[in-house]
Design a protein around this ligand. Structure first.
Ligand SMILES: *[C@@H]1O[C@H](CO)[C@@H](O)[C@H](O)[C@H]1NC(C)=O
Ligand SMILES: *[C@@H]1O[C@H](CO)[C@@H](O)[C@H](O)[C@H]1NC(C)=O
Ligand SMILES: *[C@@H]1O[C@H](CO)[C@@H](O)[C@H](O)[C@H]1NC(C)=O
Ligand SMILES: *[C@@H]1O[C@H](CO)[C@@H](O)[C@H](O)[C@H]1NC(C)=O
Ligand SMILES: *[C@@H]1O[C@H](CO)[C@@H](O)[C@H](O)[C@H]1NC(C)=O
Length: 470
């Protein structure tokens, strides 16, 4: 599969510290080695200057005016197929709907030159923004079943009361079939810079690394409409919070689990799975790596483990035709499935497991065979899981947290309420993005390496699949 995504390795700064001779307390120790000379004011001055420059390079030019928090209301599209929010671009700001995707790290939109596969999609016209800049570098992003390409630009981006000036974004004039379904205009990547195909610091990371958030977390509550036969194509989707977790939406503690890898995707190890009360074999080590991905509809994993999981459901069988790689099971079976990533076990509701009903007694499960690219984790846990928990993506220490949904959150499932209109919010906090290579020295381009971003691959594949079904 062609992919031009490049792997960027974050190389952290060597600690820049002053070596003071240590003075042990409570006892006197003879100094056998020469103590360091006192620094002269000139030396202090040089250190202070270098220290400030390094921190400025690391955290961007502007520190935020103040810390803040914000909420973006989400829309649920096509019975849980995708979840999108709203942001605004440029001067004057114009709002657009974007998929909120913790499985990738680029922001891109269809631009006004996109004519094919952009029907009814609101496109961004850079000539109408006075703050837009571009150096016309190429932008390409490839997913398992689609790609988008165009040029790289930068502009002011606002979302949930936050603003980042000079934020890099892709402007796509070429978008493959099925990638965007109106009213969605693009995608906002919420994973780490290390997997950004543009190489740019993602919007969320520009904010959190500059200290713009009260707390270094993003929270998701996603609604369920998959089992509501009266669901409209757009329904209220829940909420996305930046800088705080909304305690109204969960009960008990958030269980945080450290990421299994250096920050890239949000990766946890799958440690246990049960079906109908029976444990299912799960892999260990790298083979257990699982991306926690709001931009993916279902759950994908290696065929051998899927086969062993479905073997616990009497009557389950591999799907055929369009459902190759999926599994059927008798619709009169109530599937009770739990998953764990090292802590508590989280049940996935029978409603989410039942992706669709094919015939009177043939249902299709939401777990399917997936073979990922070499640099992507083997498992992708999408909204099938995330509708069952309050999920938190924490920057520092890098971790994913899960908590039990509150009754307030559960009461939003399947309710025909008005769909939220754009909720960009008035700007409380602004930071300046470090830009494409603004943090010179911290990124290393590794030509030849590639990652296959799973971002919308499965959303895209599944949107296509779902449109066959619905
Ligand atoms: C990348 O995007 C540019 C501009 O749209 C296009 O001309 C080029 O063919 C793309 N390259 C790849 C490898 O897809
Ligand atoms: C949808 O599924 C949930 C969870 O299993 C259940 O509580 C709810 O009653 C179901 N709604 C409908 C309309 O069947
Ligand atoms: C938290 O969620 C509740 C329920 O949706 C909502 O009413 C409230 O406004 C949210 N709080 C914030 C600060 O967004
Ligand atoms: C589902 O399975 C789990 C794990 O075996 C068990 O604790 C739970 O009680 C089961 N739930 C139902 C509704 O059967
Ligand atoms: C925006 O970022 C680019 C790339 O890092 C940089 O060259 C440019 O000077 C920045 N522009 C502003 C106005 O900060």
């Amino acid at each position: 599969m062609p992919t031009s995504l490049a792997l960027f390795l974050a190389v952290s700064f060597p600690a820049f510290t002053l070596s003071h001779p240590t003075v042990p307390s409570g006892q006197s120790v003879p100094l056998h080695h020469r103590s360091r000379p006192q620094r002269t004011p000139e030396e202090w001055g040089l250190w202070a200057k270098a220290h400030r420059e390094r921190l400025t390079a690391k955290y961007g030019a502007g520190q935020p005016e103040k810390r803040s928090t914000g909420t973006n209301l989400i829309t649920n599209q096509n019975s849980d197929a995708s979840f999108f929010g709203s942001l605004a671009i440029g001067t004057p700001p114009v709002s657009y709907n974007v998929i909120l995707d913790t499985g990738s790290a680029d922001l891109w939109l269809a631009d006004s030159n996109c004519v094919t596969n952009c029907d009814e999609v609101a496109t961004f016209n850079p000539s109408q923004s006075s703050t837009f800049t571009t150096n016309n570098a190429a932008f390409n992003i490839s997913y398992g079943s689609g790609k988008a390409s165009g040029t790289i630009g930068a502009d002011n981006i606002q979302m949930a009361g936050f603003s980042v000036s000079n934020q890099t974004l892709g402007l796509c004039d070429t978008v493959s079939d099925g990638l965007l379904t109106a009213p969605i205009s693009g995608l906002l990547g919420l994973a780490f810079k290390t997997i950004a195909s543009s190489g740019a610091t993602p919007f969320w990371e520009a904010l959190v690394s500059a200290g713009a958030w009260d707390s270094p977390v993003m929270g998701f509550q996603l609604t369920r409409f998959i089992n509501d036969t009266t669901a409209r194509s757009l329904e209220p989707g829940g909420s996305f919070s930046m800088g705080f977790v909304n305690t109204t939406l969960f009960t008990g503690d958030i269980e945080y689990l450290e990421l299994a890898t250096d920050p890239s995707y949000w990766i946890l190890p799958l440690t246990a799975m049960t079906v109908q009360g029976n444990s299912v074999q799960v892999p260990t080590g790298v083979a257990a790596y699982s991306a926690i991905d709001t931009g993916t509809t279902l759950v994908g994993g290696p065929a051998e483990y899927m086969t062993s999981m479905y073997s616990q459901i009497p009557g389950a069988a591999p799907g055929t035709g369009n459902f190759d790689g999926y599994y059927t099971y008798p619709c009169d079976t109530t599937v009770n499935l739990t998953v764990s990533f090292g802590g508590k076990s989280w049940p996935i509701s029978e409603a989410d497991f039942r992706m669709t009903q094919l015939t009177q007694n043939q249902c299709i499960g939401a777990f399917f065979n997936l073979q990922t690219g070499r640099s992507a984790p083997d498992w992708i846990f999408g909204d099938t899981l995330l509708k069952n928990v309050y999920s938190v993506f924490r920057y520092d220490p890098p971790s994913v947290g899960f908590a039990q949904l509150s009754n307030v959150a559960l009461a939003m499932n399947g309710v025909n309420a008005p769909v939220p209109s754009a909720t960009v919010g008035s700007v409380a906090t602004t930071v300046t993005a470090t830009g494409r290579s603004g943090n010179s020295g911290v990124s290393m381009h590794m030509p030849g390496s590639s990652v296959v971003s799973m971002a919308v691959a499965w959303t895209v594949g599944l949107l296509a699949g779902l449109s066959i079904l619905l």
